[in-house]
Structures are given as C-alpha cells and as structure tokens.
Design a protein around this ligand. Sequence first.
Ligand SMILES: Nc1ncnc2c1ncn2[C@@H]1O[C@H](COP(=O)(O)OP(=O)(O)OP(=O)(O)O)[C@@H](O)[C@H]1O
Ligand SMILES: [Mg+2]
Length: 337
Amino acid sequence: MAEYAIEIEKLVKKFGDLTAVNEISLKIKKGEIFGMLGPNGAGKTTTINLVLGLIKPTSGKILVNGLDIKKEGEAIKQQLGLMTQETVVEGELTAYQNLEIFAQLYHVPLDEQPKRIKEALEESELTSFANKKAGTFSGGMKRRLELVKSMIQHPSILILDEPTTGLDIQNRQNMWKHIRELNKLGVTIILTTQYLEEADALCGRIAIIDHGKIKAMGTVSELKRVIGSGRILEIVPEAHTDVPAIVAILKTAFKLRPEVKNDKVTAIVEVGNEERVMSKLLAALNRKKIKIASLGMHMPTLDDVFIALTGASTRDTTHSDTSSRMDSMMRGMSGRG
Ligand SMILES: Nc1ncnc2c1ncn2[C@@H]1O[C@H](COP(=O)(O)OP(=O)(O)OP(=O)(O)O)[C@@H](O)[C@H]1O
Ligand SMILES: [Mg+2]
C-alpha cells in the first residue's frame, strides 16, 4: 500500500506563453486535510485538473495512491471525488435525482444506489428536501448537495475546489463541519481556498501557491514561523492620509520592510522592539502631521504569512522589496514541508 494519497513531482502546465503551474512538487499523506491556499489565478484549479487527469501536464509526474495517472487513469478515476469550484447541481432535478445521476455515472451498483443516496441525503441534512428541485435550494444547501454527490462512489480522496467561496459564515462553518466528518471517516481531503481562515481552521498542512509556484509549505505553526519571532506592526491610515509617506518613514527611520494591503500598512518588528517602535513612530507621524486611524502590534497570523510570502499587494505596487525578503524567508524555511 502506498503511503501517499497524492505525489506530485515537478509538475508543469503551460497554456501558450503562460505557465499556470510551474514545477510544483508535493506529497499528501493518506488521511490528511491538505490545503492549497492562493489568490485568483494562482494555479489551484489547474493543479487539480491535472491530478484528476482532466488536462495533460506539459511535464512532470502524478501518482494517486501509488498509481501513475498516465498509465492507470481509469482505475484512479474511482478513487477520486471532486467538488468543482462552480456549483453544478441540476436545478430542474430533485436532490434525489441529482444524486442518482452521479451514482449511475460512477457505476455504483444498481442495488446499492438507494442506500448510498439515502446516506448522502442524511449526511447533507437534506433528507426532508429529497424530492424538492435543487434549483430552489439556498447556496449552502446546493454546496452540501455537491459535497455528498462528490462522495457517492466512496472515493478515498476528495478534492474540494474552493468549497466555501461565496457562502456566508454560517454556511461556511457548516461546510467545515461536514468536511471534518468525512475526514474522520478516513477520507483524504485536498482543498483549495482563498481564505486564510479556512486553511487555518481545517488543514493539517498548507501549501501557499502564487503564480503557479509553491511559496511555502508546512503546518500552520511552521508557516507562522516564517515571520520568525517577530510581531506585526499594523497601521490603519485615515481616508486621505499619505500612505507612501508612512511607508517612507518605516523604511528610512526604522529600517523596516513595510507592505501595503487593503489600505493597511504592516511590517515585521523584532520582539523586544515593539514599544520603542510604537512610541517613536507615533512621535514621527505627529511631527509630519500624518493622521492615522489606528496603530497596533499583534502576533503573526496566517494572513501575515501570506502577505509576507506572496507580497499580496505587490502586484499593484513594488515587487523588488518583497521578493528579496521572500528569498531570505524561503532560505529560512528550506528543508521543511
Ligand atoms: N484553459 C486555459 N487556457 C488558458 N489559460 C488558462 C486556462 N486555464 C487556466 N488558465 C490560466 O492559468 C492561470 C491559473 O488559473 P487557475 O484557474 O488554475 O487559477 P486558480 O488558482 O484556480 O484561481 P481562482 O482562485 O480564480 O479559481 C490563470 O492565469 C488562468 O487565466
Ligand atoms: Mg480556481
């Protein structure tokens, strides 16, 4: 028996000039909940489509439960369940009929089908809606139906492409509960998400992906260590504040490396220096009459790691600063994951 559910080695996918997946290598152990975290266009769905054999890689290797997808695509198909990024329940069909179609598609034996469908309806808390048209369901109900639909052939690996994007917090947490329950039954789960909070809540390990590359990989606490023992300084400017002026002060007077995202300025500050930086910074801002809404210091969150590694805002601001910092962080992280 293979130790790993998925092994990906130097996977590359090009669409013309665009390299959507750029030498991704990772191993996912059986029973893990593994997260692929990345912004729009990072290459998450493309990686998933490659693992599912829906598209062919430009180069690289993929093993599913030890089987090479190039040679054993058919055998692998039964072992993988997929919940796609877009909701695809058939609105004109009932919940029951939606599940039935999938059971047939995945060749669930006819005499087994009613039992599987009953279970799926129970798991998704949709038993009393079995004969209602799926088109009338709320977003959360549709996603739950999709989740159990993707499990109808009892795959050992379940791939969830942004399972909660677009859901409100209540439906999101409900979806998390169902994902955890499936995992407890022994299902290996790979999910993609744009939500740091979701990766933090669900995943044992996370790969942070941007521009088709893995920027960092590890447990949440390992990733947080990327920031070292630092604390995060966070400045929220007022509406018409001169943000570049704040950035300049942090760079020149404090030798920090600030990032700007969602109109907030953050920077990593070494432990022990917090109070000195805070008081001096307040004085400097006052002197220059720069108005701010708030100034604070917090322990690093996965969000901060994400900003530090992807330079999330650097797509629309400068790039060089972040990439040099990322290089030094990646050196610090090497050997992990
Ligand atoms: N069939 C295709 N032909 C050309 N380019 C493609 C194709 N599929 C994806 N891309 C491009 O590859 C890159 C990665 O896309 P992908 O859909 O994998 O990103 P993603 O991480 O899933 O993003 P999102 O969070 O928006 O779903 C994007 O720049 C996208 O435009
Ligand atoms: Mg996607």
